[in-house]
Design a protein around this ligand. Structure first.
Ligand code: FNR
Length: 190
C-alpha cells in the first residue's frame, strides 16, 4: 500500500524555513509515503456565505484532502499561535457543516522557528483546532524544531545528523500512525 499524504506549509514567506523543513521531511520519509502540498496562498477568507458554492481554490483544497490518506502540518508560530493563512485553510476544509474534510483523518504536526521555543505553543494551538475537527492526531513523538542556520539546505538536505534522525523517526512514526488509523477507520475514498 502507498500512503497519499497531503501537507500544509503554514507560511506564505518566500524564504520560509518551514518550507525548507517540509522538503527535508518529504526526503526522509518512508518510500511508501507519497506527498502532495496542499496550497493555501490563494484561498479567499472563509465565510459561511460560500458554503452553498465553494470558490475554485477552496474546492481544490477539499478535493485534495479527499484524495489523502493523511495530512501533515508544517507550520511556523505567529504570536504564540498558528498563522492566519493556515487557520483560514483549516476553516475552509472543516466546512460546509457535515462535510468536514478532517473527520477521522490521520494527522501530524511539526514546525520550525528561529527561536528556541521551536513552535511549541503554535503546535498546541493547532492541536486544539485539529481535535475539534476530529482529526486522528499522532501524539508522539513531538518535534519542536529550533532551526539553526545551515542545518537544512534550500533543497531539503539535512547536514545535522541529529536533526536528520529526529525527522526520520518522526516520519516513520507518522507512517505507522497512518497505517494504524486506516486499519480501524478506512478512508471513505478507499
Ligand atoms: C514570528 N515569529 C515568532 N517566533 C516564535 O517562536 N514565536 C512567535 O510567536 C512568533 N511570532 C511571529 C509573528 C509574526 C507575525 C512573524 C512574522 C514571525 C518568528 C518566526 O518564528 C520566524 O519568522 C520564522 O522564520 C517563521 O517561519 P517561516 O515563515 O520562515 O517558515
Amino acid at each position: 500500500m502507498t500512503y497519499q499524504i497531503g501537507y500544509f506549509v503554514g507560511s506564505l514567506s518566500s524564504t520560509s524555513i518551514n518550507r525548507t523543513l517540509s522538503k527535508a521531511l518529504v526526503a526522509l520519509a518512508p518510500r511508501d509515503m507519497k506527498f502532495t502540498e496542499i496550497p493555501i496562498r490563494d484561498l479567499p477568507l472563509y465565510s459561511p456565505d460560500h458554503d452553498a458554492a465553494y470558490p475554485p481554490e477552496a474546492q481544490a483544497l477539499k478535493d485534495a484532502l479527499a484524495a489523502c490518506d493523511g495530512v501533515l502540518f508544517v507550520t511556523p508560530e505567529y504570536n504564540r499561535s498558528i498563522p492566519g493563512a493556515l487557520k483560514n485553510a483549516i476553516d475552509w476544509a472543516s466546512r460546509p457543516w457535515g462535510q468536514n474534510s478532517f473527520d477521522h483523518m490521520p494527522a501530524a504536526v511539526i514546525g520550525a522557528s528561529i527561536g528556541s521555543i521551536g513552535t511549541a505553543v503554535a503546535q498546541q494551538s493547532l492541536r486544539g483546532v485539529l481535535s475539534f475537527c476530529n482529526a486522528r492526531q499522532m501524539t508522539a513523538p513531538e518535534a519542536y524544531i529550533h532551526l539553526k542556520p545551515g542545518a537544512i539546505a534550500d533543497d531539503g538536505e539535512v547536514s545535522d545528523d541529529g536533526l536528520a534522525q529526529i525527522l526520520t523517526d518522526f516520519m516513520q512514526e507518522f507512517r505507522l500512525h497512518t497505517e494504524r488509523v486506516l486499519t480501524v477507520i478506512p478512508r471513505p475514498s478507499s
